[in-house]
Write a protein of this length. Structure first.
Ligand SMILES: *Cc1c(COP(=O)(O)O)cnc(C)c1O
Length: 452
């Protein structure tokens, strides 16, 4: 990794972070290999932009469906919509037989507008607004109830000919989550159902933090008994939802091990350090994690034996490898640390379009510099076009393959899950970056339109 002549003359291991190269999909290689496409889109848009390739969302949905089928389990996928606002993602769900998990009137209507049927919606969230509950019941959505008060409000919205379809959200034992109901609250909810024909209990749900397959399998297994008990009380209780948290594999194992074992604040602009990172290498991502959950301790068999349908609510994993984010280099400075030089870029957008910084962490898959040209490895940190000193996209000094210059594009890979738009606002009155959709066209070409 030493620098050849013409570089700015440092060796990685001192002030430059270990490289964390992202896995690239075939469609991404095609875009990057096109001599004009990205530059033309950038020219038309005139600022930073996000790119989405909806067919990849379709493939991710199919992957989950295939995992259910292979395990012989009746399963249903609800896309956790907060992970990306794109209309094209909701449309891909409608086209590929996935429902959508929503938490606001805005999310609910956006999903309906893309062809997701009301009965294919799951509504989650704490103490939901009356408006949201009313709309959800009008459209026959499945509602994950978070407390007893919500149950009372819902009972008033249904009647015996059109009962409100609900699940009870479970607070896992020993969890400090603010969501879900305790054992005692669940018991009281079941009593509250008694003799009420306006609500129908379809099952139980939970959503765990972290990415552990075994914890999800164990809790799902334990909740089968709750379903059987609810059936003795006359409720259908046919569905268990195990929420989201399916991992995404962003980077290869060796690079990830190298980074995590050696990470040092010496690698970061101004000596910045972070407490934790997302597990960017994830050996059994998305559908493979679902397969592991279903295989654990005979869960698939137990679900079958008890006629329980398993619902999942993947957000991030449904968007794996389905998009990236493009910034234009607007300025470049040279700075020194311990006498060693590095580049400090300013790009034409903000960290609001790469959300990880807003969760006290940093997005680690390395950005790609476009176009590719020969050069020498150049440690580079990336700042935003704002007047906040702390508004950095990458504090770490990324070993870019050459020195970036004004007008180059910097492409952050695999950003569709949460990075793109969960935090975007028109800070500084900068426009919010548009989402560009790529479409396959005859002759192995890609064409683009704007989302929404
Ligand atoms: C956020 C959320 C999800 C999606 O989580 P991912 O980690 O993106 O898969 C699913 N269900 C609920 C209830 C959520 O709050």
């Amino acid at each position: 990794m030493g620098l050849d002549a013409g570089g700015i003359g440092v060796t990685r291991g001192a002030i430059s972070a270990a490289p964390v190269p992202a896995h690239l999909d075939e469609w991404e290689r095609r875009v990057l290999g096109d001599p004009n496409l990205l530059g033309d889109i950038g020219f038309a848009v005139g600022g930073p932009f996000h790119v989405l390739y909806p067919p990849r969302v379709g493939r991710n949905i199919q992957g989950f469906h295939a995992a259910f089928e292979q395990a012989g389990v009746d399963g249903v996928v609800y896309y956790g919509k907060k992970a990306n606002k794109s209309a094209a993602v909701a449309r891909a769900c409608a086209e590929h037989g996935a429902g959508v998990d929503v938490s606001s009137v805005g999310e609910l209507t956006a999903a309906l507008a893309q062809g997701v049927r009301g009965t294919e919606l799951m509504v989650t969230g704490p103490a939901k607004s009356d408006d949201l509950l009313w709309l959800a019941t009008r459209h026959g959505a499945l509602i994950a109830v978070d407390d007893l008060d919500e149950l009372e409000r819902l009972a008033a919205l249904g009647d015996s000919t059109a009962p409100v379809r609900i699940m009870l959200r479970v607070l896992p034992a020993a969890s400090a989550s603010r969501f879900g109901m305790t054992e005692a609250e669940l018991d009281r909810a079941l009593v509250a159902f008694h003799g009420r024909e306006s609500i129908r209990l379809e099952g139980f749900s939970f959503h765990l933090s972290g990415y552990d397959a075994v914890a999800r399998a164990e809790l799902a297994g334990a909740l089968i008994a709750r379903c059987l008990h609810a059936r003795t009380l006359g409720q259908p209780a046919t569905t268990l939802s195990i929420g989201g948290g399916f991992g995404v594999d962003y980077v290869p194992p060796a690079a990830w091990a190298e980074f995590t074992e050696h990470v040092d604040r010496q690698w970061f602009h101004s000596g910045k350090s972070f407490e934790s990172y997302y597990p960017y290498h994830f050996p059994a991502p998305g559908p493979a994690m679902l397969a592991a959950i279903l295989a654990h301790d005979g869960l698939a068999q137990r679900l079958r034996d008890n006629a329980v349908r398993l619902a999942i609510e993947p957000g991030r994993a449904l968007l794996a490898h389905a998009g990236f984010t493009v910034f234009r280099v607007q300025g470049s400075k040279i700075r020194h640390v311990d006498g060693a030089p590095y580049h400090l870029l300013t790009v034409d957008g903000t960290s609001l379009s790469l959300s990880e910084q807003w969760f006290d962490s940093e997005y680690l898959p390395d950005p790609l510099l476009w176009p590719t040209r020969p050069g020498s490895t150049t440690p580079t940190s990336v700042g935003a076009a704002t007047c906040l000193d702390s508004d950095m996209l990458s504090w770490r000094r990324i070993p870019l393959p050459r020195a970036a210059t004004v007008g180059d594009l910097l492409i952050y890979p695999n950003t569709a899950g949460y990075q793109m738009d969960s935090n975007e606002s028109a800070f500084h009155e900068l426009p919010i970056p548009p989402k560009v959709l790529l479409h396959d066209a005859p002759g192995d070409r890609l064409r683009w339109t704007l989302d929404g």
